[in-house]
Write a protein of this length. Structure first.
Lengths: 402, 402
């Protein structure tokens, strides 16, 4: 059945999606397992770092009052390796041998670099030859004072964040649980890897693609399957899944064919859109099933990939209250693309910088919706606006860095 | 003990490292578990894609000979959903209803879009109103012909690569095993997360940082520990580890202090360097222990992080015969940095693009070697060359995008 669809702009489709939100539970997880999660609460320093006055150099600690004029001899009364503490108090012209990173004795006010000293005939004595004006001591809290805000909620945890948590001795961290996603392909033509190829059938490459993309971008895939070729069964399955997951992604069945049930299903629920002014992927459709987003992507690999990048990534980031890492900017096109279309044309592309840091892009592989040979080479998407005559080499184009 | 060290340039240090290589075994792993691995053999298409002539539209398949002039009525003799095959042969003015993606009957030469047809009073008949010049058929092998090269060895597997493998029905893939790394911290001042903080001691944040960075960049961490504070024990442990891993990364003990045994150990083995003309991290040292790289990084978090990014990433990529994802380019500095140094100053930074795709960078947080508060915010490294007067806002600087 052919129903008229109203094609909306990419931005409008995104806005409609992002009207919806859903609170995700906070969970405490071990810091060691927290890579890729999003911090759910502002974090404050539990202690100061450094928590003691820290020597910046290997050398000798002396009292402030004994700082110059040099040269001058000092009696060495102790030795403080890292992790140890000098138990006594420094007297006049007394020095303590100290290592970089070790705790400066409370009575000391200055660190003399080892390179500015020399040994003497008496092993108990050191001769200080010269010094800098700086005291060469990192004061308590010079990195972080106790109670300083060290991290805002919504930040995604990376290797640097792990080291920050560890520096404070933290063992667990409060994060948002990952949104749960179900991925479903449609179409009786689909075979799974390992099955023998049959005439007229194809291997399902979209479901595994979407599973990987979802995991990569902060979601967890809790269900993966294939939808029946019958509307009532599909509706029943989706309604049940909507109770269990935060996000349902389907691929295929959004066009005008006899078996394109997804097109009807979005109309039967809280309808968001069923046509976008873009190619590939114009029949990309979406609806809310309760508070679960149903995102019905095209079954064409190119359209499926682009639909994920332009819509699902933003929605996952919104659920996690974090910022997507996809960067929207402009770049210089390195190759003519003159095909005309009334809709925006989203090309898979690759970017590079010239010697001065100017961004350039080139389409990679085929622009066909059905083409799957260039997804692994794609590092950005290029937008050739609709109702234009395409773009020439040297023109500036809108792009998204993935 | 203070020994004169010869400081070499960053590029020279990198060249010395990359003289060494070590063949890694190839292993066959399931495609589903292959994200982040590197393909060990050129891959060729086991079948053509599509493997049959594929309809580009929902509509009707007709013989080439019956293509126009339209309008004209056809007898509908069959229906081919996706995944099915029309068993018969088309006769004159016979049409088969067909879906997008379905196999075009061998006897058909043209697909008419559904939108260009209308039903008639007779349900067995369809009226074709008009058509395009194109045949609307994807020929066999239009994406890939059987035996086409689909992937070169050395490519890192991403979500797009997974979909490519799956499209060919592949279940396993031959990859290089990941390089095995040992990570060791030195210093009796180090506590582990969860231990109570003691005066003069600090929590070890470098070991967890390096573990995460190594995993993120294609290595596996098979050993993680703390080195003794005694040279002979360290030598014994490193010698043994060198038999078991491909890469040993230590943090701390590279300076001139009494407990800086790593400085001696690199001299006792196949020496690469023990001083680099950069800050932070000038005492970064390296040696080969047989065919295992010993990379001795500074114990300062900033220096440790930079040392990993500038040296270890390249070495791992070389072992895996792949290209590092770190991009070296230039960008416009957004803030004065006027501190002078005889060595190159490597700043942790963040980048952004302006409206036209020009890259800008700003230092983030502290430039101090000991500072750990900005690693999680760092998206690039900025090089302020030695023997300069620093750089002013608006100057073009060399950067590495991480």
């Amino acid at each position: 059945m052919i129903k008229a669809r109203q094609a909306i702009k990419i931005e409008e489709a995104r806005d409609r999606l992002l009207q919806f939100d859903k609170p995700l539970d906070q969970i405490d997880i071990p810091v060691d397992d927290s890579i890729g999660f999003v911090v759910a609460e502002d974090q404050y320093a539990p202690v100061s770092i450094p928590s003691f006055r820290r020597s910046l150099y290997d050398g000798y600690a002396i009292r402030k009052e004994d700082d110059g004029p040099f040269p001058k001899e000092f009696t060495v009364v102790g030795n403080v390796p890292c992790g140890f503490v000098f138990p006594g108090e420094l007297g006049e012209r007394e020095a303590v041998r100290i290592m970089t990173g070790a705790k400066v004795p409370d009575s000391a006010g200055k660190i003399i670099m080892l390179e500015q000293t020399e040994t003497t005939e008496n092993p108990q004595k050191v001769r200080i030859l010269d010094t800098h004006e700086t005291d060469n001591i990192n004061p308590i809290g010079s990195d972080f004072r106790k109670e300083d805000k060290i991290l805002s909620k919504g930040e995604k945890i990376n290797s640097g964040t792990i080291s920050l948590f560890k520096a404070f001795g933290m063992e667990t961290i409060s994060v948002y649980r990952k949104p749960k996603a179900a991925v479903l392909s449609t179409g009786s033509e689909l075979l799974s890897a390992g099955e023998a190829l049959q005439d007229g059938k194809i291997y399902d490459s979209n479901k595994p693609l979407l599973e990987q993309l979802l995991r990569e971008h902060g979601s967890e895939v809790t269900y993966s399957g294939q939808l029946a070729d019958e509307k009532e069964s599909i509706e029943k399955e989706l309604t049940q899944l909507a109770e269990e997951v935060d996000l349902i992604v389907t691929t295929g069945g959004v066009s005008v064919g006899d078996f394109d049930f997804m097109a009807d299903i979005v109309l039967d629920n809280t309808f968001l859109f069923n046509k976008i002014q873009m190619r590939p992927g114009s029949p990309t459709s979406a609806a809310m099933l309760g508070d679960t987003l149903l995102m019905a992507l095209s079954g064409n690999p190119g359209a499926c990939y682009i639909g994920f990048q332009l819509f699902i990534r933003s929605y996952i980031s919104q659920l996690l209250k974090t910022t997507d890492t996809m960067i929207e900017t402009k770049a210089v096109l390195e190759k003519d693309y003159l095909k005309q279309s009334s809709f925006d044309r989203i090309l898979r592309g690759q970017y590079r910088f010239d010697a001065n840091g100017q961004l350039y892009v080139t389409p990679v592989g085929s622009d066909q919706s059905s083409s799957l040979g260039n997804l692994h080479q794609t590092t950005c998407l290029i937008n050739i606006p609709g109702h234009s005559n395409g773009h020439k080499r040297g023109d500036t184009v809108q792009i998204w860095l993935l």
